[in-house]
Write a protein that binds this ligand. Structure first.
Ligand SMILES: Nc1nc2c(ncn2[C@@H]2O[C@H](COP(=O)(O)OP(=O)(O)OP(=O)(O)O)[C@@H](O)[C@H]2O)c(=O)[nH]1
Ligand SMILES: [Mg+2]
Length: 328
């Protein structure tokens, strides 16, 4: 690997590694190409990138010709995490996606309006989280594919309607997840037999909390449900508590945003690296470039639990919004 590659190259390379769709991969590779200085030392690398791009283009063509057989439940992951909205008919899942993303699902007072999943990207400060709308849960009939999609989530958002039987809706939604061996991560350690169980964090969205009158109903719901799951009351109709919801989603995803800073330069505060809560400098180094894991000597950190610019080792735990300068 040539040593004089600019930081933008590594940024694009990270985007390449995180990209799931061929289109996103190609665009990241093209970005990498455009940042490589053109000279003899980089000939090999540029040739390799060209090869990868043309291979992906071919794959894309092949896929297009057979894509009519692909399930609508197969959705590419994008952004800092995936939150799948589930719930019974008419609770307002599609309304939430329409309010918080650019997606345009059909919304109607008729039940079972949504019949296929629809993704949208939601902005939370400087990151994007993928929200996925789904067809209503049904006790009699539910597609196994829906539960495969739910299993792919980093966070499950169970939506209930405070103006309907919200308590029962929550119980039944959890019951259906349970039947498919999906259990809230918050309950880990409390389940008798943990074999083949998928533990995924759950956040309960209590929708249609349109005004103070329904706030009282929400308080009753909270007491009745006695759940240790996090709850957030919102009204999609009256745009109530959207920020609270976004903050809760961020919290439940258990991710942190880290800004990298080249030595002697200002940090790039526009595009954070996304890590898991509890991750260390070493995990950040791996995200910036896989070679950095081996070459990393020390790091300087600005942020939580350190004084400004403190030198730390590779096992130093990072916190949300820390700024890190990696030294190789
Ligand atoms: N009063 C009130 N009505 C809402 C709110 N959010 C959604 N609705 C209404 O509830 C009805 C159902 O909304 P949808 O978003 O289609 O519900 P859904 O959960 O996607 O329904 P299905 O696709 O059938 O499962 C529509 O008439 C919405 O206008 C809200 O916050 N308050
Ligand atoms: Mg819907």
């Amino acid at each position: 690997m040539p040593t004089n590659l600019p930081p933008e190259y590594f940024r694009a390379e990270q985007a390449f590694r995180e990209a799931e769709s061929s289109a996103a991969k190609i665009s990241a590779l093209e970005e990498m190409m455009s940042t490589i200085p053109k000279h003899k030392g980089t000939d090999k690398l540029r040739a390799e990138l060209r090869r990868k791009i043309s291979k992906l283009r071919e794959d894309q063509k092949k896929k297009k010709s057979s894509s009519k057989y692909e399930s609508e439940y197969h959705i590419e992951k994008e952004g800092a995490g995936r939150a799948v909205l589930i719930g019974f008919e008419n609770v307002g899942k599609s309304s939430i996606i329409a309010a918080l993303t650019h997606a345009t699902p059909k919304i109607s007072e008729a039940p079972f309006t949504t019949w296929q999943p629809i993704p949208g990207m939601m902005e939370i400060e400087d990151i994007h989280v993928q929200l996925v709308d789904t067809p209503a849960l049904s006790k009699e009939h539910s597609q196994p594919e829906l539960f495969d999609l739910i299993r792919s989530a980093d966070l499950i958002l169970i939506v209930v309607d405070i103006q309907a039987n919200s308590f029962q809706q929550l119980e039944d939604s959890l019951g259906l997840l349970n039947q498919h061996k999906i259990i809230p991560k918050q309950w880990k350690g409390k389940v008798n037999d943990e074999r083949r169980i998928e533990f995924i964090p759950v956040l309960v969205i209590v929708n249609k909390d349109d005004d103070e009158m329904f706030d009282e109903d929400f308080e009753v719901f909270k007491e009745l449900s006695e759940t240790e799951l996090p709850l957030v009351p919102i009204s999609t109709a009256n745009k109530r508590n959207f920020n609270k919801l976004k903050n809760k989603i961020f919290e439940c995803l258990e991710i942190i945003r880290i800004y990298s800073k080249p030595p002697g330069k200002d940090p790039d505060l526009t595009k954070p690296f996304i890590l898991k809560k509890g991750d260390t400098v070493e995990e950040l180094a791996g995200k910036v470039h896989h070679d950095f894991i081996y070459n990393l000597k020390t790091a300087r950190v600005w942020g939580k639990n350190v004084f400004d610019g403190q030198m730390v080792g590779r096992d130093h735990v990072l916190y949300d919004r820390d700024i890190v300068e990696l030294h190789l």
